[in-house]
Design a protein around this ligand. Structure first.
Ligand code: AMP
Ligand code: GLY
Length: 433
């Protein structure tokens, strides 16, 4: 480590290149400890605060070699694939400090069958279910099951491996799709069939140090492409934070009955969880239940949670690695934030890329307005171009949710690109709170 006059000395590498990683890089850039940020591969927005290097998130050897060469003090992993694939183990084996769960803990996201069995074994509230490795057995089971029913491919499937089936015919076709036709590849070698739950969804993100948890403020995602939760599932079209439905009482229940028991269960299984645990909750009429676990920050939840975080994130990352979270006083502001995703029209199916974006220079942190890049790149002339289905996350902070929503939608008007598409009802649910 070399230290400049300000005491900033750390070099941090962020692995990933989406909106989540832009928000993480931005928050890291606010740290009083950080001198230099690298991102692999990054994007055109991240490039404003970090040096981007063209290494893919699954190129573990190259990433480790890069971290060694540049004497990186801390590497932060954004996406699920490298975590499930063991990137943290690879960095640790090379003696490098890295934030995220090892493969044996990231399995909480990597295998839905594993996470369901864990919840059953430790009495953590979730939908009732059965696991299957055989399509015939799954189809037999469905014949006596109550509809609607939920089918889940076991492994990672870009958030798309979940089918909600209203009729037996749909469910049988779903089993064929997942297990026989392998629409989600090897993720479908196993599947979970589970009870359909109703209620409001909440995303809870927790910092974890192997033993202790520090819950972040809550958020809610909007997964469908169209207004009114219609259309296809996407990576997320917008978020708001906090969720007004996640009351103090509900949070207390979740901490005692879900979060702490999950941490203890992972420890007891010899899989201590260090990193961010994302608990997808359904607030059912019978109380909160787990929909899924992820082993990383949520996208686009991170874009509304981190701008509200007051604590230096590098201190928190270090505490998670060192088992010292109890030393951290994790703080969030009392306001609210809303993120509206600007996508390419046609997403999540066919859409055009490479279109110039204007208005990016009209955002300022000082106004409580942020634009986090999800899918952008530089054109030959240095112009910023669209480079994905989800292009940008426009985020606004304000004193309450309604004000944040109005401000975020107003801010979306500053940005132009030819096939700009967004939902118009992000955060509408807050009117019912
Ligand atoms: P997952 O990837 O497991 O979070 O599932 C994606 C989405 O499918 C969730 O955000 C829910 O909207 C829905 N979903 C998953 N499991 C269930 C369930 N058991 N009952 C109702 N909806 C579900
Ligand atoms: N927003 C949901 C996820 O990150 O999986």
């Amino acid at each position: 480590m070399s230290s400049d006059a300000s005491g900033r000395s750390m070099k941090v590498l962020i692995v990933g290149g989406g909106g989540r990683e832009h928000a993480i890089a931005w928050k890291v850039s606010q740290s009083s400890k950080v001198d230099k940020i690298y991102a692999a591969p990054g994007n055109a927005g991240i490039a404003e605060i970090a040096e981007c290097v063209p290494i893919g998130v699954m190129e573990f050897d190259k990433l480790v070699a890069f971290a060694r060469e540049k004497e990186i003090d801390l590497t932060v992993i954004g996406p699920d694939d490298p975590l499930v694939g063991g990137i943290v183990d690879a960095f640790e084996a090379a003696g490098l400090r890295v934030f995220g769960p090892r493969a044996n803990a990231a399995i909480l996201e990597g295998s839905k069958a594993f996470s369901k069995d864990l919840m059953k074994k430790y009495g953590i509230p979730t939908a009732t279910y059965e696991n299957f490795t055989d399509a015939d057995a799954a189809m037999e089971y469905l014949k006596t099951a109550k509809m609607p029913i939920v089918l889940k491919a076991d492994g990672l499937a870009l958030g798309k491996g979940v089918l909600i089936c209203n009729t037996l015919e749909e469910a049988l076709a779903g089993v064929k799709e997942i297990m026989l036709d392998k629409h989600f590849g090897n993720a479908g070698n196993k599947m979970v069939i589970e009870e359909f739950m109703t209620g409001r969804e909440v995303s809870a993100l927790l910092f974890c140090d192997g033993t202790n948890i520090a819950p972040m403020t809550s958020a809610q995602d909007h997964k469908r492409a169209g207004d009114g939760d219609t259309g296809l599932n996407t990576g997320g079209m917008g978020t708001f934070s906090p969720s007004p439905f996640y009351t103090k009482e509900i949070e207390e229940f979740c901490i005692e009955k879900i979060y702490k028991p999950t941490m203890a269960a992972m420890r007891a299984e010899g899989r201590p969880f260090h990193g961010v645990m994302f608990v997808g909750l359904m607030l059912t009429p019978d109380g909160p239940k787990v929909l899924e676990y992820n082993a990383r920050f949520g996208d686009p939840e991170t874009q509304v949670v981190l701008p509200r975080m007051e604590t230096d994130i590098v201190d928190v990352f270090e505490a998670c690695i060192d088992g010292k979270l109890s030393d951290i006083d994790l703080k969030f502001d009392n306001g609210a934030a809303v993120c509206v995703v600007l996508a390419s029209d046609g997403y999540p199916q066919k859409y055009e890329k490479g279109l110039p974006i204007s208005g990016l220079d009209r955002f300022s942190d000082a106004d409580g307005e942020y634009v986090f890049h999800a899918g952008t790149k530089f054109g030959a002339d240095g112009a910023v171009l669209t480079n994905g289905g989800r292009v940008l996350g426009v985020v606004a902070k304000a004193g309450d949710l309604k004000a944040a929503r109005a401000k975020a939608y107003k801010a979306t008007e500053k940005i132009s690109f030819a096939n700009k598409y967004m939902r118009h009802d992000i955060g509408k649910a807050i009117d019912e709170a």
